[in-house]
Design a protein around this ligand. Structure first.
Ligand SMILES: [Zn+2]
Length: 467
């Protein structure tokens, strides 16, 4: 076992060395973010003739500027886009443009999404996420797989024709949803000066979406003639945007930097939200709880404020206190599987068989709504295991690794589940599916790596030589 991880570790660093200075990407999962993305983007998708249910949006932990479409109808947005946008319309400008790439059927030579999805963190879990990244044996593999996609990402670039057509399509979707395209222009202005910088200092957005003056002029022409040109951003959406931006900054930035951006003199909900995360991250539990309570007092029906308060209590070891708070979060957001997962996790962590019986239906329901939620699968497997349901535990663990993009472990646990369930039952069939799909991925991975190791071994060893 040790030998295997050391081998994969080597491969990981070999891949990083080959793709430097780019780093692996991880997806941030968060109920509030995902609901917000769909709230602001679904009207654009409809205007583009797409089914909003088919378009998946992912937030990446990267703070550089980038957004791209991969694997058909998956939009990936770097946290940097949200952090550096001043208002919701600038973000909408970027999303409308990416929607233009989807509706235009612009193909990219990017790797498949499963590889990018290898490493997932949950935005509300500051310590949990850190533990997942640092301590989990599958984190290295997930990162490695993400690293591979980033390597492929280097060749990703739309043509100038595709860029202009995505601009024009995006502008028409904004027009159809009565939104000013000025945000898109403003976003261009933010990155314009980067055109002349050396590639390594540019944001990846510039490399994937080549910019030029002609393109900006053309878009300007369309946007300025719109009757919505001077229409300001929707105030409600813009407030949600400000909070989301604050939350992401609080989660990603060092606490001191967050507190610098959102000083205690700022008592807006967004600033308090940022500070909840900063204090939470700095292990200042009391300060974090005080800000969370201030937010709850302001909006007693806001599920996400209860979610973060519950998480602070939970990570502080006050699990019994966290339970009723998480229950309130679920009560106010009954259709949010990530919120339900937080409750399920707290229940499972009590290591009480009676609690497991309560947690299992909650977590099962969460995985039914969101099968890619490897954290829910992880907790469901634990609950089954506690109650002696080993076959179910094996299948849930196979699902966990399958959804986390770790085929070797998915294959191993699916094999166990196959041996435990009666052939032909739905569980057995599901285990069989996971087994074969994962085996195929492992075989493909091994074949590719043989090739890649031959290609990069020279570069890798020579870069370690002293000059
Ligand atoms: Zn583009």
């Amino acid at each position: 076992m040790r030998k295997v991880s050391a081998y994969l570790f080597y491969l990981f660093f070999a891949a990083v060395a080959a793709t430097a200075p780019l780093t692996a990407q991880s997806i941030l999962r968060d109920a509030e973010t995902e609901a917000f993305f769909h709230e602001i983007s679904d009207p654009l998708f409809l205007a583009a003739g797409l089914n909003p249910k088919d378009v998946k949006m992912y937030l990446l932990a990267e703070t550089s500027l980038n957004a791209f479409v991969s694997g058909g109808q998956n939009i990936f947005i770097n946290s940097g886009i949200i952090i550096k946008s001043d208002n919701v319309n600038q973000l909408l400008g970027v999303i409308s443009h990416e929607t233009g790439h989807i509706s235009g059927g612009h193909l990219t030579r990017f790797g498949d999404v499963g590889k990018i999805a290898g490493n997932t963190s949950i935005l509300s879990m500051v310590l949990g996420a850190a533990a997942i990244l640092a301590g989990s044996p599958d984190a290295g593999i997930g990162l490695f797989m993400a690293g591979q996609s980033v390597a492929l990402g280097q060749v990703l670039a739309y043509t100038r024709v595709q860029e202009s057509s995505a601009d024009q399509a995006g502008a028409s979707f904004l027009e159809a949803t009565a939104t000013s395209g000025i945000g898109h222009i403003e976003f261009f202005e933010k990155i314009r000066h980067q055109e002349i910088m050396a590639q390594v200092r540019q944001d990846p957005y510039i490399r994937s979406h080549p910019l030029n003056s002609q393109r900006i002029l053309a878009l300007n022409g369309v946007v300025k003639t719109s009757k919505y040109y001077r229409k300001p951003p929707d105030p409600l959406l813009d407030e949600k945007f400000r909070r989301l931006k604050a939350k992401i900054i609080g989660f990603l930035y060092p606490p001191a930097r967050t507190l610098n951006l959102y000083p205690i003199s700022d008592t807006s909900p967004a600033a308090r939200y940022a500070r909840v995360y900063a204090y939470h991250k700095a292990l200042e539990w009391d300060l974090a709880l005080a800000e969370a309570d201030a937010l709850i007092a302001l909006e007693p029906d806001n599920a996400y404020f209860y979610e973060i308060k519950g998480q602070i209590l939970f990570e502080n070891g006050k699990v019994r206190d966290a339970l009723p708070i998480f229950e309130k979060a679920v009560h106010h957001a009954p259709d949010q599987p990530l919120v339900a997962t937080a409750l399920g996790q707290a229940m499972v962590s009590l290591e009480d068989p009676a609690m497991m019986d309560k947690a299992i239906p909650i977590l099962k329901n969460a995985t039914r709504q969101d099968s890619g939620n490897s954290f829910a699968w992880f907790n469901l497997a634990k609950a089954y295991s506690w109650n002696g349901k080993d076959a179910e535990a094996s299948l849930a663990t196979a699902e966990r690794f399958y959804s986390a993009g770790v085929p070797p472990q998915a294959m191993m646990h699916a094999r166990r589940a196959l041996d435990s369930f009666s052939p032909g039952t739905p569980e057995w069939l599901r285990a069989q599916d996971i087994f074969f799909v994962s085996k195929e991925a492992v075989d493909r991975y091994n074949r590719q790596n043989k090739k890649r190791r031959r290609a990069t071994s020279f570069k890798f060893s020579s870069s370690n030589q002293p000059n």
